[in-house]
Design a protein around this ligand. Sequence first.
Ligand SMILES: Cc1cc2nc3c(=O)[nH]c(=O)nc-3n(C[C@H](O)[C@H](O)[C@H](O)COP(=O)(O)OP(=O)(O)OC[C@H]3O[C@@H](n4cnc5c(N)ncnc54)[C@H](O)[C@@H]3O)c2cc1C
Length: 362
Amino acid sequence: MAAIAIAGAGLAGRLFAWALARAGHRVDVFDAAAGPDPAFDAQDAAAFSAAGMLSPLAEQEQGGDEIAALGWRSLALWPGIVAALPRPVPLQAEGSLLLSHRADLGAAQRSLMRMPGAEALDVDALRRHEPMLAPGLRGWLLPREGLIAPLPAMAALHAGAGATRWHWSRAIDQVLPGTLHFRDGGHWSGDWAIDTRGLGARPPLPLRGVRGEIVTLSLPAHGLRRPVRLLHPRHRVYLVPRARDEIVVGASEIESEDRSPVSLRSAVELMAAAQSVLPALSEARITRLDRHLRPAMPDNLPFTHHEPGLLRLNGLYRHGWLLAPALVERLLAEAALARIDDIAHSTHRDDPSGFVALETSR
Ligand SMILES: Cc1cc2nc3c(=O)[nH]c(=O)nc-3n(C[C@H](O)[C@H](O)[C@H](O)COP(=O)(O)OP(=O)(O)OC[C@H]3O[C@@H](n4cnc5c(N)ncnc54)[C@H](O)[C@@H]3O)c2cc1C
């Protein structure tokens, strides 16, 4: 059993804590936030603001083969992780749809060339998959892509991390092998230190924040069954069903560290694009406008570091939910601290597959 401290209780920190505590280690987690729940103030974990798309094919277009391979590995791991958590976490892997208006077909075709595996759907097949979509759209199925609900997942990882001790309002200034230095003085020392502070890890990491804005809408029986992404010359807009009566529309991608509230321009553009795909959204109610900064390295690729007594995971950028399980698995194996496969297979709940249906209308 090792004594391990984790700096940062966001997505990566909670996954590490869950895996390490279940592997029998003594785990302390320190976070600058006041508590485990979201504040939606763009200062808490970026993970709370995410849409939760698990899209290796779509992300391959920009991220390349490594991102796609890590994404497929995470998609294989999530069901076992979710099945081992003490609370249900909506998780789905029934594919996602790419959509294009006829006028944007040229741009769509260019994107599709970088997405091997996308299957063109004819009008009838598209209607069978998603009956509520606007007429006249062209569609492609990205098989096996999925989505996870970030808020229940963050809560369940926190609840499922066994004897982990959580320390809130504890900002960490420096993470060194076997040592954390607190901003208000003092330090922790033990066997391993793990740095998962997202943007809070600079220096030493040369991170930047990429602003993302996202809208939550309420509409009873909206009818959307799976995530859909609109191929568009200017925007990468996606609609994600969260429940029978809730859809999330995201996300802007702006090279800025502005944490101020959502701009009118982004809100209008996101919602207009979404309504052009799903006309019933005209009557939806806006329940949240949220924004956060995605922690990104200069090359936009994930950053991992392993030396005796120290692990770092960062730069999860726009695909933390897609990549984190595979990267946590890899780092824990390199450090010989835990095997996620072993931990994930022991289930608390009845459904061994781990897939928990979203409450979307059928
Ligand atoms: C609008 C939006 C939409 C997104 N959609 C998706 C999506 O659909 N799919 C997907 O895969 N990804 C998505 N992402 C990306 C994903 O949210 C991030 O990649 C992920 O949250 C990064 O995880 P992390 O643990 O590294 O950082 P975070 O989740 O940001 O956690 C960092 C933690 O460190 C703490 N911290 C910071 N500084 C300190 C300090 N000095 N001391 C102690 N604690 C500190 C913070 O309080 C926080 O709890 C989206 C992001 C945004 C903003």
